[in-house]
Design a protein around this ligand. Structure first.
Ligand code: PLP
Length: 469
């Protein structure tokens, strides 16, 4: 006899008919089931996935301590936007913005700094970009000049959000190519792309593709000279998705933030090296005058006027609590220690991988706890495998270490990347390195090339080899 369709309180999870029927993919099931069965079905869908802490492809937090997790779970039912009901969340959000603004040396004297919470860096970048565009437009309008051809300048190693921003707001994107020689944004080349229609230049600290930092100080100097010469006032928005929480702790002497004249806005991800679970982003303006009035609305029931800006309306409050908790729990010293550990583990991996004869690190220096490497050009000539094969073998032991092609102009180059975050210990690094060595030893015993190698060789025949080092 078939088990009854409608499960009741005594139905066992794996004795139920539900476990014999396909999961819904198109229509809502007609009947109810028990929470235990529903839970199990959803949970089991996630079973074959990578363990988040072994996912070295992501920048996003995969470890928080028990108290942070408890605090966030307890706030799971709170919508940040309901400030009237949850005014203390708004206050904590304002405090987080203040803390970041001060960490980045804001010149703003007002008690509440100009900034906004986002669902991630993407929203934060968009807000920074929109503000730059509106400021530029207002100035052009006031001067009676056309304002229909805005452009934005950055390196070709941009994160996809900037392409989205430019497409959605119809802004021309002008990019400076990166190369093996010029690994980050070349300030002089960026200036050559600027004109009266440039809404801002966007350097990145913690470039997604490479882990390196664009030299914001050099860019600021170049823009200062250019603005003086032309009478323009082209500002800088720093995309500090990763670096915004690394540089202040590990290289406080490096000037990349509001200490520089033309840095008018900075965005970061609270859910990357801010050490909070996804999704949380932050954007801060150097002062209120940089934040166009059209983007903001103010509330006055917090004992002061707090400015609110955002693309989303509803959003989880839990992440804000997680961020504020981290600031209290870790303090400056705690953040420094956590980031330094990530950096040390990343440096260790960088060094070990650099020693393997089959690999070559992309950059000698490490500026953030992540790095990329590629196949040594000599080794590559006779190898029977590719980095895509290595990715697949590592995945069998649970690691996600992505292989990918580089951006425009060096797009033929295949690299691999490791992002080290809180939760990756030296011991785990040793396990990973061991798995890499074993995989390479296995590849070296191959009699015939892998399919991925054959495809790659076919490409080389068409387009030539990649490496120009
Ligand atoms: C430089 C940079 N900017 C923006 C983003 C987008 O961030 P998020 O995923 O927080 O929206 C990323 C994500 O990796 C990034 O690396």
């Amino acid at each position: 006899m078939k088990n009854e369709t409608r499960a009741n309180a005594t139905t066992t999870v794996f004795g139920s008919e539900k476990m014999l029927t396909p999961a819904p993919t198109q229509t809502i099931p007609q009947h109810k089931t028990t929470p235990e069965i529903a839970y199990q079905m959803v949970k089991d869908e996630t079973y074959p996935q990578t363990q988040p802490r072994l996912n070295l492809a992501t920048f996003v937090t995969t470890y928080m301590d028990e108290y942070a997790t408890r605090l966030m779970n307890e706030a799971i039912d709170v919508n940040y936007i309901d400030e009237t009901e949850y005014p203390r969340v708004a206050v904590m959000c304002g405090r987080c913005i203040n803390i970041l603004a001060n960490l980045w040396h804001t010149p703003e004297k007002a008690e509440w700094k100009a900034g906004a919470v986002g669902i991630g860096s993407s929203e934060a970048c968009m807000l920074g970009g929109v503000a730059a565009w509106l400021r530029w437009r207002a100035k052009r309008k006031a001067a009676g000049k056309p304002y229909d051809k805005p452009n934005l300048v950055m390196s070709s190693a941009f994160q996809i959000v900037w392409e989205k921003f430019c497409q959605l707001w119809q802004i021309e994107m002008r990019t400076v190519p990166i190369s093996l020689k010029n690994q980050t944004l070349d300030a002089e080349a960026a200036i050559k792309l600027c004109d009266e229609n440039t809404i801002c230049v966007v350097p990145i600290v913690g470039v997604t593709w490479t882990g390196l930092n664009d030299d914001v100080e050099a860019l600021d100097r170049a823009i200062d000279a250019f603005n003086k010469k032309t009478g323009y006032d082209i500002p800088i928005h720093v995309d500090a998705a990763s670096g915004g929480f690394i540089l202040p702790f590990l290289q406080p002497e490096v000037k990349w933030d509001f200490r520089l004249k033309w840095v008018w806005s900075i965005s970061t991800s609270g859910h990357k090296y801010g050490l909070v679970y996804p999704g949380l982003g932050w954007v801060v303006w150097s002062d209120k005058s940089c934040l166009p009035g059209e983007m903001s609305f103010s509330v006055n029931y917090l004992g002061a006027s707090i400015t609110q800006v955002g693309l989303n309306f509803s959003r989880p409050a839990a992440q804000i609590l997680g961020q504020y908790y981290n600031f209290i729990r870790l303090g400056f010293d705690g953040y420094r220690e956590v980031q330094q550990n990530s950096m040390d583990v990343a440096c260790y991996c960088h060094e070990q991988i650099g020693r393997m004869k089959c690999f070559r690190n992309y950059a000698e220096e490490m500026q953030n706890p992540l790095f990329i490497w590629y196949m040594d050009p000599e080794y590559d000539k006779t190898a029977k495998w590719t980095l895509y094969d290595l990715q697949a073998v590592l995945q069998q032991s649970g690691w996600m270490v992505p292989a990918y092609t580089m951006p425009k102009d060096i797009e033929k180059m295949v690299v691999m990347r490791i992002v080290v975050r809180q939760g990756m210990s030296r011991d785990m690094a040793d396990m990973l390195l061991n798995d890499i060595q074993n995989a390479v030893a296995g590849f070296e015993k191959l009699k015939y090339p892998t399919q991925s190698r054959l495809d790659y060789e076919a490409q080389i025949k068409q387009k030539g080899r990649v490496y120009t080092h």
